[in-house]
Design a binder for this molecule. Structure first.
Ligand code: C5P
Length: 417
């Protein structure tokens, strides 16, 4: 489910600006990723950036000549009026400066125009060509009151600040100020362009399996990669929602901007979800929660014992998280509850029955064995009036369609109340 395969930046024209910093090496990878995701990329570099990476590299990866000087007389898009600083942004969907050095941000802040990149940022049509910057600097430079003041002012001027990340820095120090990784910047940019029908809404999602320990080395679990739930979390965040993702044990990266709570057992998931559910507008239960757990937990590994018969475990039923939240919602009106049904056959029939049984307005049916662990799926949305099929596609595409569908339902409910 890579962004590149989605062609998520098809028909987008991005001006990629590089200012001086060691993170310029990541800009090469970023240019490549943007192109693979369908964008056309026009690179503009400052003189300092050219100390770190060559224009030759950036031209090869973007497939376009690189601009570095205000006095470059080459035409842009067939216009040869010697005004690259104007023409470069007139057809651009965004300017992304990555890396943005502390000095470059200070220049932006003051509306300075002493090199081509800062000049074109100043001259860009502010309404149609947003500015996104990815800071990259030493932690002390980032934490300095001057930089923090500049960041706050840039934000209030409408600039979108991406990151920075935290961790080991080229200078050997550890802290905030690293430029986000190319794949993180790609995810941010794709999300930036998505419509925002869930702006201001809070969404709670469960994902992955649960693991119910028998002893310190064994347990009961379900087949679930968590991919569908994580894709829904990403799609909801892209749609502008504030997203909390309660995840069972899975090995997946947290989508950008999503708050993640890791749990192991069904009881932990219940505790993480139910007390805060009513603070949310939407609850989407994608988790494959184990129906039962061992009635008692052995604190030592249960040993095989020669002639003795295999151990017998007593099981006890786990609480139904979705049903508990749906019950709350019946009284308070929120959150809007969406359940999942993973079936092996008779999908529509079982999905309808599950919707009735769980008392939720929407059930999303899918054929479990056909989708477990895979990057694609097919869904059927079942509500009180009928059903809608979302045909086979990658999980992120399906998640976006589902989120758009939920947003329409929320808007309809809000306008009728
Ligand atoms: O009853 P069943 O497990 O088939 O229902 C599936 C739906 O209920 C899914 O949305 C799942 O996340 C949710 N569920 C739950 N808590 C459980 C069992 C299922 O939230 N204990």
């Amino acid at each position: 489910m890579t962004d590149e395969l989605n062609g998520d930046l098809n028909s987008k024209h991005i001006v990629l600006g590089l200012s001086g910093g060691i993170a310029c090496y990541k800009a090469a990878e970023l240019a490549r990723a943007l192109v693979k995701a369908g964008a056309t990329v026009q690179v503009v570099m400052t003189e300092a950036a050219e100390q770190f990476i060559t224009a030759v590299t950036m031209q090869a990866l973007s497939g376009r000549p690189v601009f570095t000087s205000t006095w470059d007389a080459r035409g842009v898009e067939g216009i040869a009026n010697n005004m690259a600083h104007i023409n470069l942004t007139r057809h651009a969907d965004a300017v992304l400066v990555a890396p943005a050095s502390a000095d470059f941000m200070a220049r932006l802040l003051h509306g300075r125009a002493d090199d081509l990149l800062s000049l074109l940022c100043l001259a860009r049509p502010i309404e149609s060509c947003p500015l996104l910057v990815a800071p990259a600097m030493n932690r002390e430079m980032w934490a300095h009151p001057a930089t923090q003041r500049n960041v706050a002012q840039l934000r209030s001027d409408g600039t979108h600040i991406l990151g920075p990340g935290s961790g080991e820095q080229a200078c050997g120090e550890v802290g905030d100020g690293r430029m986000l990784e190319p794949d993180e910047l790609l995810e941010e940019l794709i999300g930036f362009f998505r419509p925002k029908p869930l702006a201001g809404q809070r969404v709670l999602i469960t994902a992955g399996p649960t693991f119910e320990p028998i002893d310190p080395v064994r347990g009961i679990t379900n087949l679930s990669s968590g991919k569908m739930g994580f894709a829904i979390a990403r799609a909801a965040a892209e749609a502008g929602a504030e997203v909390t993702l309660v995840a069972g044990p899975v090995h997946l990266a947290t989508p950008r901007g999503v708050r993640r709570i890791d749990v192991q057992t069904a009881l932990q998931m219940f505790e993480a979800v139910v007390p805060q559910a009513s603070l949310h507008d939407v609850f989407v239960a994608t988790a494959a929660v184990a129906d039962w757990r061992p009635a008692s937990l052995s604190d030592q590994k249960i040993k095989k014992n020669g002639s003795k018969a295999a151990p017998i475990f007593e099981l006890t039923e786990n609480p139904d998280i979705l049903a508990a939240v749906a019950k709350q919602a019946m009284h308070s009106g929120r959150p809007f509850c969406v359940g999942f049904a993973a079936e092996s056959h008779d999908l529509l029939k079982h999905s309808r029955e599950k919707r009735e049984r769980k008392q939720v307005p929407l059930i999303v049916g899918n054929l479990g064995p056909a989708t477990f662990g895979r990057d694609d799926n097919a869904l059927v949305l079942v509500d009180a009036h009928g059903h809608r099929e979302l045909p086979q596609a990658n999980k992120l595409t399906l998640a976006r369609l589902l989120v758009a569908d939920i947003a329409v339902r929320l808007a309809a409910a809000a306008s009728s109340s």
